[in-house]
Design a protein around this ligand. Sequence first.
Ligand SMILES: [Cu+2]
Length: 168
Amino acid sequence: MKCLAPVFRYSRAALAGLSMAGSLMIGCISSANAAMVSITDPAVRAVPPTSTNTAAFMTLQNKGKDDIKLVGVDSSIAARVEIHGHRHEGHKMVMFKMDDLPLPAGKEVRLESGGYHIMIMGLKKTLKEGEEVPLTLHFSDSDAIDILAPVKPLMETMSKDPHGHMHH
Ligand SMILES: [Cu+2]
């Protein structure tokens, strides 16, 4: 079964208890392209306890022959997770919410500080360095990949609270 593949995949059933086993099986069977996207170097930026927002970074590689898109991300540790990009507006960089992130066939797309990122908003708890954050990435081919992204101290290239006034 393809759903047992890559390193960062883990069983949702193991995480959530056996009651999830049924839906996990359905997810695997219906997912024809289960290993099309490989995810490397996932990380979540460590933030002070006063901050309720952070961001996740990683490299996504579409190993398939078809262009697909990252269409959504969710996590049990936050109220809301969005796909964000950055663009220049005058002299400053501002973030914007993206409906999806295109992943061209055979290409690698980097999510990094100051570029595309996964915005994690409304943290339900303080993240400790080294802790692993569960994220589920949803793709346009209806595949979903679960990863664990370790919390790391990452260089802050944006303003102190880059997202504070941007979100409702
Ligand atoms: Cu953002």
